[in-house]
Design a protein around this ligand. Structure first.
Ligand code: NCD
Length: 309
């Protein structure tokens, strides 16, 4: 399959993990591996706009780095609720219509689920969802899946324990949907009830025949995992501070957990972490989260190449 065929299959936008199939993922991962470390000008004269209504470090900077390494240019606004005309009352749709005329691609992060789909419906250039509230974060899921394949040498048949904030955490939602494409994958969702994964995701996974189980303690599933995917409790999405406090410290990975983790398993986290992984874990070779974050540049280079060349 050529990059052009693949692009057509993605309909020009990257909104949800559900747009991807195995062929497209294999192609993207091949391209990411080929593009890692590349500096050239294949996207010269192309402009990428980053429109970020929520804070970001890794996602925005790795997209910008990916575009610059391919010779493209970057414009953008962070804190777009206050630094863009949103503060004057402009709708997301109007902003996106305009930015479509200034850039060849828009990377959008927004606090409302469904915002990326709304933007795509009015944009005249590709829109990439860089996180839409508690909705999805498909390019994070791509780099997470790529990390699993590189670290473990396979995705088929892996056992993944998602931990932490599975109610509001968009990265876990998108990654679970991608993992559902691989036969034999087993998923555990480990969280207290207040932040357990949504029924919408479970229904989609079960419809695809994915083996899922729910647990409250990481130690209940630890002996049978290849990947522990820890996530931050999303303080900014709680309306009830009491609920947040109950959720905040529920699941923590520390030296004691690492001693029980199988020798070949890895610990991942989309980052930023607060205190859900103790710093003492960082030195363990099974701590894959910084290698995971580094993979973001190559994956985003592959995504940009696919959408723009
Ligand atoms: C995540 C996000 O923004 O959803 N971060 C990221 O993109 N790497 C996770 C988080 O904010 O906790």
């Amino acid at each position: 399959m050529t990059a052009t065929t693949a692009r057509n299959r993605m309909l020009g936008h990257v909104i949800s993990a559900e747009q991807f199939d195995r062929g497209l993922l294999d192609l993207l991962f091949l391209r990411a591996t080929a593009l890692a470390g590349v500096r050239d000008d294949r996207l010269a004269h192309r402009v990428m706009a980053t429109l970020f209504y929520e804070p970001s470090t890794r996602t925005r900077l790795s997209f910008e780095s990916a575009m610059l390494r391919l010779g493209g240019s970057v414009i953008g606004t962070e804190a777009a609720h206050t630094f863009s005309s949103a503060i004057k009352g402009e709708t997301l749709e109007d902003t996106v219509r305009m930015v479509s005329t200034y850039a060849d691609l828009i990377v959008l992060r927004h606090d409302e689920a469904g915002a990326a789909a709304r933007a795509a419906s009015v944009a005249s250039v590709p829109v990439v969802n860089a996180g839409d509230g508690p909705g999805e974060h498909p390019t994070q899921a791509l780099l997470d899946l790529y990390t699993i394949e590189r670290e473990l040498g396979r995705v088929e048949g892996v056992s993944v324990a998602f931990c932490g904030d599975l109610r509001f955490g968009r990265t876990a939602r998108s990654l679970a949907l991608l993992l559902a494409l691989y036969p034999g994958v087993r998923l555990a969702f480990v969280a207290p009830a207040v932040i357990q994964v949504g029924g919408d995701i479970l229904a989609r996974l079960e419809a695809r025949g994915v083996e899922c189980r729910l647990a409250e303690q990481l130690t209940d599933v630890l002996d049978d995992v290849d990947v522990v995917y820890q996530t931050r409790v999303q303080k900014e999405r709680f309306t009830d501070p009491v609920e947040f406090e109950q959720a905040r410290t529920a699941i923590r990975i520390d030296g004691a957990i690492m001693r029980q983790l199988p020798a070949k398993a890895i610990v991942m986290h989309p980052l930023p972490r607060v205190d859900e992984i103790a710093p003492e874990v960082d030195a363990d070779p099974r701590a894959a989260y910084f290698r995971q974050a580094a993979n973001g540049v190559a994956i985003r280079m592959a995504v940009l190449e696919m959408l723009l060349s």
